[in-house]
Design a protein around this ligand. Structure first.
Ligand code: HEM
Length: 212
């Protein structure tokens, strides 16, 4: 396993943030409606982690550092874990564990259906993120993992439906997502690699000329 310390740090940060929010919820420090705040925080957390996992490949292309790729899977799994907690808090705080109510919500509220679709996408990605799945699926693995793009778009639509009247934060997430999707185009990836290596070569030549 590469970069174990960085991965441990990432694990601790993601785990501590959830524990902190849950602690604030339990100690009534999240205002009059702690359940809603928890659902919102965890939903945003899931989306941010999904965006971070998508940022790893462009960063690797730009900096040439392979380490970014070893965080990609962990970030994706954390996005899934936050999504599960988001759903669990919604079921517990907003629906009072009324499972038949969930079926009615799915049918009545399109944004809940969109959330469920995004969650299914995250589940499929998380379930096939193991080395065993990679080996078993071979070339199909890459194709399957392109599911991350529609999953991200559906999650953004889900959020937009929730925040409709106050879409400032949504616009920020959507622009980052658009930038990351744009960075996946082969021509842009090529530019990132070229620009990254030009900058690195420039820095190396500056350092060597300073050392002389
Ligand atoms: C079955 C799955 C899901 C359900 C039932 C669900 C449910 C909800 C509900 C009820 C809200 C609004 C809470 C409120 O009243 O403020 C919400 C907001 C949100 N959800 Fe989900 N969600 C699901 C999946 C997801 C997934 C997979 C993501 C991200 C990857 C996500 C991201 C968000 C975001 C970003 C918000 C807006 C938070 C804010 O107000 O800023 N949700 N979700």
């Amino acid at each position: 396993m590469r970069y174990p310390r960085w991965r441990l740090l990432l694990f601790i940060c993601a785990a501590c943030l959830t524990c902190y929010w849950l602690y604030l919820g339990v100690t009534a420090a999240l205002g009059p409606d702690p359940g809603k705040v928890l659902v919102d925080n965890l939903g945003q957390g899931a989306l941010i982690l999904l965006l971070c996992s998508l940022a790893m490949t462009p960063l690797q292309k730009l900096t040439g550092w392979a380490g970014w790729i070893s965080f990609r899977r962990q970030l994706g799994l954390w996005a899934f874990a936050y999504g599960v907690l988001h759903l669990a808090c919604y079921m517990y705080f907003l629906l009072g564990l009324d499972f038949s109510g969930f079926a009615a919500e799915l049918a009545d509220r399109p944004y809940i259906a969109l959330g469920a679709i995004a969650m299914t996408g995250l589940l499929a990605l998380a379930a096939t993120s193991t080395r065993w799945s990679m080996r078993k699926l071979g070339k199909r693995w890459k194709k399957l993992h392109r599911l991350v793009y529609p999953t991200l778009i559906v999650a953004l639509l889900h959020m937009l439906w929730v925040v409709r009247s106050d879409a400032g934060q949504w616009a920020l997430f959507a622009s980052i997502a658009a930038g990351l999707l744009f960075a996946r185009l082969p021509a842009i990836q090529h530019c990132l690699v070229k620009y990254g290596s030009q900058v690195r070569n420039f820095v190396i030549s500056k350092k060597t000329s300073n050392n002389r």
